[in-house]
Design a protein around this ligand. Structure first.
Ligand code: NDP
Length: 595
């Protein structure tokens, strides 16, 4: 690629970004509450009556998605019997409970993404498993570890308060429960509160509408299992948003609707998927003891540029890492500066994005539509997408891309959607508008923890998130947070981060049980030292040069609390090595255990 190309691309990227920058940032989105709260109702499981609980458990695990399931499973393995899952959903599964839109599929290879495959002897049916299989796998984990027993579903935690006299937490909920737990685990997830675009007139629409995370199969017909959505055959349907969710559900919608209008503000980058069924013979040979851990470690190492001899997963995530590595290797040793490495990274990115844009021209028959589908930003500015049917869907005469040239939908009225003054009459609007990301942890969790001496989590984190290992926070004894920042921060395989935290928490509680301790808390000093260590590296705020999106706080990265986006300065693999050593040496440095 010549220098001239790069300059032209830089200019184009900057121009496209400018079109999308808006002063209201995150405030452009509507909070789903009040008159909009019907968008949150659970369409999948009826809410069953149950008496409130006033008992005591050893561990209350808030959130029954991957974080909660993994931690609860590991706690069971170390012999803790009464572990209670609590979730606002009607079952286990978290993200995979809510996101049952047609075509939902994991974007990271099943072998490294689906937790506890080895422990549950499950072979993923495809390299990228579909949603129903992943949800079923969540149930398999809950069955295998006896986690349904005592679980509280359709239950929102409303309060969590530490009582110093007996070192217990009181958990209060939307169902009138007020029970106690010696330990609490927060696996509340980052992407589970749906948001709606603040489009003028959104409440005036008189047709049917729903958010992708509450798919209304009663209206569309069909099912998450892929049965055709036969009730859409006479419907004109709008889908607003073209992020990772939309990319997956547009192809089945395109096959079902009388007409489908895809309203696009910013195109996603859509690379090849190359999904394939798993060959059981290959799997049998490959899946020897410890296989999943080896695969997860290999993926993390490859994707973060450590380059082990073999790339087991071989996909779009690792491809980019290989390219960058090759370019860096080509730099003569005496010219190998940090700047030269960043240039190599940038050049690989331009090359990759040019390929992705060329793929659109090769697939999409209409030239204008093909042009509108092209993404003009660096690949990691937004969540990279991979799909082998999305672009093809626009070749159907009944599928229409309505590109808004970065401006977004202008207006919604009682009968449809307006863009650039043109009215599109529709029967149904599907909001593929994503989830709250930039809002504070306690707002998304739905409660503010009250720790020792009445200190609130919002107060303790008023100047930014403070933890040790992303798990412990001073002033909140016997409470553990399971999430990805302040640890490995490995975005390409989130469950890997959660799995390590689950192992760590299980080791700590095992140690407490063996030593007869009833209370464990990170010291103020250890928390401070950990934050100092994190601050010695760079923080991932999302690049200001990127097109706006939730990765860069809608184009306002400087408005972010930097501490909330930090990871281990030496990288994900180094963190995994560090934390394994930390939990194995028996010292549990930084924690204070007491009776
Ligand atoms: P996103 O937040 O990624 O996408 C929201 C979409 O809505 C964007 O295309 C956005 O445009 C668009 N939008 C917002 N406001 C307007 C407006 N006024 N007019 C028109 N369009 C508008 O949400 P998703 O649900 O797609 O994905 C969220 C995250 O969930 C992903 O990034 C990924 O992390 C995860 N996910 C993972 C999957 C997997 O692993 N298999 C599958 C699906 C999701 P703009 O880009 O301009 O802001």
């Amino acid at each position: 690629m010549t220098q001239v190309d790069i300059d032209a691309l830089r200019e184009k990227y900057a121009a496209e970004r400018m079109k999308r920058l808006r002063p209201d940032g995150n405030d452009q989105y509507l909070r789903v509450s009040g008159r909009l709260s019907h968008y949150l109702e659970d369409p999948y499981t009826p809410v069953a009556d149950r008496p409130p609980r006033f008992d005591h458990v050893s561990v209350a695990v808030i959130g029954a998605g991957f974080a909660g399931l993994l931690t609860a499973a590991r706690l069971k393995e170390v012999g803790i019997r009464d572990v209670r899952l609590i979730d606002k959903a009607g079952d286990v599964g978290g993200t995979w409970y809510w996101n049952r839109y047609p075509g939902a599929q994991c974007d990271t290879a099943s072998f490294v993404y689906m937790p506890l495959l080895e422990e549950t002897s499950h072979m993923p049916s495809e390299k990228y498993a579909h949603g129903p299989e992943i949800l079923e796998h969540c149930r398999r984990i809950a069955e295998a570890y006896d986690l349904f027993d005592g679980a509280l579903f359709h239950t929102e935690v409303t309060g969590l308060r530490f009582d110093e006299t007996d070192a217990r937490w009181t958990v209060t909920t939307s169902r009138g429960d007020a029970f106690t737990a010696q330990y609490v685990v927060l696996g509340t997830g980052p992407l589970h509160v749906p948001k709606l675009p603040g489009i003028p007139g959104i409440e005036s629409f008189e047709g049917h509408s729903f958010h992708t995370s509450r798919w209304d199969y009663d209206y569309t017909g069909g099912s998450a299992l892929g049965e055709p959505m036969d009730r859409l055959s006479d419907k004109r349907v709008a889908i607003i948003g073209t992020g990772a969710t939309s990319v997956q559900c547009v192809p089945p919608l395109a096959r079902s609707c009388r007409e489908l209008f895809v309203f696009q503000r910013t195109p996603s980058s859509v690379d090849t998927r190359n999904n394939a069924p798993t060959d059981p013979e290959w799997f049998k040979q490959m899946a020897t003891t410890g296989w999943q851990r080896r695969w997860m470690e290999n993926f993390a190492a490859t994707q973060t540029g450590r380059m082990p001899d073999e790339d087991l997963v071989q996909d779009g995530w690792t491809d980019l890492a290989h390219r960058i590595r090759e370019r860096i290797m080509a730099i003569p040793p005496d010219e190998l500066t940090a700047e030269a490495m960043m240039d190599a990274f940038e050049e690989s990115d331009y090359e990759k994005m040019e390929e992705i844009r060329a793929r659109i021209d090769a697939i999409v028959e209409d030239g204008a539509t093909a042009n509108d589908l092209k993404a003009w930003y660096r690949q990691l500015c937004k969540r990279p997408c991979f799909h082998d049917e999305y672009l093809q869907a626009f070749n159907a005469a009944t599928t229409h891309l309505v590109d808004t040239d970065g401006a977004g939908v202008e207006r919604i009225d009682e009968s449809g959607v307006v863009v650039a003054g043109r009215h599109y009459d529709v029967d149904c609007i599907i909001f593929a508008s994503g989830f709250e990301v930039g809002t504070p942890f306690w707002r998304r969790a739905g409660f503010d923890m009250v720790g020792r001496g009445g200190i609130t989590l919002s107060g303790h984190w008023a100047d930014g998130m403070r933890t040790m290992h992303g798990i412990h926070t001073h002033g909140f004894p016997n409470a553990f947070i399971v999430q990805i920042t302040h640890g490995a921060n490995l975005l390409s395989n989130v469950p890997h981060n959660l799995s390590e935290s689950a192992n760590t928490i299980a080791s700590i509680l095992d140690h407490a049980a063996r030593g007869g301790f009833s209370r464990v808390e990170v010291t103020e000093e250890a928390e401070r030292q950990w934050m100092d260590r994190l601050r010695s590296g760079v923080t991932f705020l999302g690049s200001a040069d990127c097109t706006p999106g939730y990765y860069n706080n809608e184009g306002q990265p400087e408005g972010r609390d930097g501490d909330s986006f930090r990871g281990y300065p030496m990288g994900a693999v180094a963190y995994f090595e560090y934390i394994e050593q930390w939990r194995s040496d028996g010292a549990f440095d930084g924690l204070r255990f007491s009776r």
